[in-house]
Design a protein around this ligand. Structure first.
Ligand code: S3P
Length: 173
């Protein structure tokens, strides 16, 4: 069984499948799965939407950096982050210290159709979702490009993306 010394970090824009892909990769490689958004909710004892509503994005980002600091200190996990995590270069640096960072991307239309009408993501809760996604993607592109690997998931299903990550993981041995 493949057992890397490093974490496999899955990051990228909202709606690119980070959590579903991360869980499957962890299962395939018999590694722990860690989702930073879930840990943030546990820490704050409330859903992310509530953290944003009550305390604002700044407080969410502080909790996010704290959780990333904790999870990057250990190895042997598949870590899925929230879509804005690596925009802060310090978070990216922490994640790269013990891990390879794989960024999932997708076209605006693919993201739009995957997130559907859901309003659970505070940054995409307004009606002009398409414009917000397009602007945020452009703004974040330079940060996403700093990942070790980028996988465009626009035309790919979860299984295909998982297989690409398993290939990358295999090449790290
Ligand atoms: C965010 C993405 C969300 C969550 C928070 C902020 C972002 O995670 O961390 O709402 O800034 O892109 P997902 O990418 O898992 O939706």
């Amino acid at each position: 069984m493949y057992s890397p010394g490093k974490n496999i970090v899955i990051t990228g824009f909202m709606g690119t499948g980070k959590t579903s892909v991360g869980r499957r990769v962890a299962k395939e490689l018999n590694m722990r799965f860690v989702g930073t958004d879930g840990l943030i909710e546990k820490e704050a004892k409330m859903p992310i939407s509530e953290i944003f509503a009550q305390f604002g994005e700044g407080q969410f980002r502080k909790l996010e950096s704290m959780v990333i600091g904790e999870v990057s200190a250990r190895t042997g996990a598949v870590i899925s982050t929230g879509g804005g995590a690596i925009i802060n270069p310090l978070n990216l640096k922490a994640l790269k210290r013990n891990g390879i960072v794989i960024c999932l991307t997708a076209s605006v239309n693919a993201i739009l159709s995957r997130i559907g009408k859901s309003n659970e993501r505070p940054l995409l809760s307004l009606s002009n979702k398409e414009e917000i996604i397009s602007d945020l993607l452009k703004e974040r592109e330079p940060s996403y490009k700093k990942a070790d690997f980028i996988i465009d998931t626009t035309t790919k299903g979860i299984k295909e993306v998982v297989n690409e990550i398993l290939k990358i993981a295999g090449s790290m041995q």
